[in-house]
Write a protein that binds this ligand. Structure first.
Ligand SMILES: [Zn+2]
Length: 117
């Protein structure tokens, strides 16, 4: 990952108050241990909510690294979107994730409890 993309990830993280663009869970940026101490999430679950840089328009669809195209998303949402043969539209994916969050079928129970969903 380039240095500039990392800077955009930090910028997006801060502008979103540390919350995932899709599921709105509180992510961690640099220090999972710090996050763990302040939350009820087990250390084993930490990798799932690591902050990643997400391309709103996927790179495979011609999306650029411009800051307008970068949002902060948790690792789980990011990989779930891109695991598909063709990345779905970010708005459609966001609606999908939100419906799964409401049904408490996106993250394990410990995550749902702490984000009030
Ligand atoms: Zn997420």
């Amino acid at each position: 990952m380039s240095h500039s993309l990392k800077a955009k990830r930090v910028r997006a993280y801060n502008s979103q108050n540390g919350r995932c663009y899709y599921c709105e869970i509180q992510m961690w940026l640099n220090d999972p241990q710090d996050h763990y101490l302040r939350s009820s999430v087990s250390s084993a679950g930490m990798v799932r909510i690591r902050c990643t840089a997400e391309h709103v328009q996927a790179r495979s669809d011609g999306g650029s690294n411009a800051k307008e195209n970068i949002v902060a998303a948790c690792w789980f949402c990011n990989q779930a979107r891109h695991r598909r043969p063709r990345p779905v539209n970010s708005q459609a994916f966001r609606a999908f994730v939100k419906s799964r969050m409401r049904a408490q079928k996106w993250h394990p129970a410990q995550f749902h409890q702490r984000c009030g969903n």
